[in-house]
Ligand binder design. Structure first.
Ligand SMILES: C[S@@+](CC[C@H](N)C(=O)[O-])C[C@H]1O[C@@H](n2cnc3c(N)ncnc32)[C@H](O)[C@@H]1O
Length: 309
């Protein structure tokens, strides 16, 4: 990277930062330079664009320059700022969790749509607050899906599982930050294994849910070389890889979902780029009905949903 700009105005430093990240071939370099400057200043976008002549202190200019260098070396912007927006809420992120992606918002959308349709079919037409609803989020990571659903359904209770205790610690903090921690119960386990209804534990009766959602690890290890450096080197492997081919996680997930859904319960899973042909046949006609696929904004089949018979 070149020496930090002599001029210390916001306008000059932002222009310099954009140039540094463009030269380093950072994707979305303008946004990244802006977000890092906002982070250093603790300000919002409107403020920096309405104070272009404001001078940064030498300490802030130095901090900005150091962050730009780390970004140019490959660290994701969200690891440098410690946050990412999802479903209109700000989530803490660290290298222990997957950075929430915009396409995962389709999982929340489809889940809410399916629940609303179920209410209409049952002849209930008022706003769905989720009274009595029990929801599970498998592989919760930062907790983004569980927290978004808990905010949308203020009377529902949720169980959010993850195999990574470090991820669960972040998810718990995100639930506290968004005031849903009393309704989201975090459990360290493999998929839904071991979720037994406490009073019935000795009879090994599974806890039953109205809705199970999951954005599982779905990248194939054989594709690792095609991933962007930011993803391959900085995001947790356990959150990325679903197996050699990528879709190996789904068979176990769908089998467990079949055991843990009430009749009429809904399953909503995010799909990898090419996983639909391998995953849809796992929804056997004897267990599942109303199967639907939702494309993301890029036209990729991204969400698979089905109802338990
Ligand atoms: C693709 S990330 C999704 C994280 C978050 N739900 C999101 O959408 O951003 C997958 C998550 O599944 C977790 N995971 C991987 N294997 C698991 C397993 N066998 N059981 C439960 N969680 C698992 C990972 O630790 C990671 O947090």
């Amino acid at each position: 990277m070149n020496r930090v700009s002599e001029e210390k105005s916001i306008r000059a430093l932002l222009k310099w930062g954009i140039g540094q990240l463009r030269e380093a071939h950072v994707p979305s370099y303008t946004l990244a330079a802006e977000l890092l400057l906002l982070h250093v200043l603790g300000r919002d976008r409107t403020w920096i664009y309405s104070h272009p002549e404001e001078e940064l202190s030498a300490a802030d200019a130095g901090r900005y320059s150091a962050l730009l260098r780390r970004r140019a070396d490959g660290e994701p912007t969200q690891h440098l700022t410690g946050k990412q927006e999802f479903w209109g809420f700000e989530f803490e992120v660290t290298p222990d969790v997957l950075i929430p992606r915009p396409e995962t918002e389709h999982v929340v959308e489809v889940a809410l749509d399916r629940l609303a349709v179920r209410e209409i079919r049952a002849g209930r037409r008022q706003w769905l607050a989720g009274e009595g609803l029990r929801i599970a989020d498998v592989g919760t990571g930062s907790g983004c899906i569980a927290v978004a659903l808990a905010k949308e359904l203020p009377a529902a209770t949720l169980v959010a599982t993850d195999i990574s205790p470090a991820a669960l610690a972040i998810a718990r903090r995100n639930a506290q930050r968004h005031t849903v921690a009393t309704r989201v119960h975090f459990v360290e386990c493999n998929r839904l294994e071991g979720l037994l209804n406490p009073p019935l534990a000795t009879r090994h009766s599974p806890l039953l849910f109205d809705l199970i959602v999951s954005n599982p690890p779905y990248i194939g290890r054989r594709e690792a070389g095609t991933l962007m450096r930011e993803v391959r080197e900085y995001e947790p492997e356990v959150a990325l890889y679903g197996g050699e081919k990528g879709y190996e996680f789904y068979a176990g997930l769908i089998a467990q979902a079949a055991m843990h859904l009430k009749p009429g319960g809904i399953l909503v899973v995010e799909l990898g780029q090419d996983s639909l042909p391998a995953v849809q046949p796992l929804l056997e006609a004897s267990n599942w009905t109303n199967i639907g696929v939702t494309n993301d904004l890029a036209g990729v089949p991204r969400v698979l949903a089905a109802e338990r018979l």
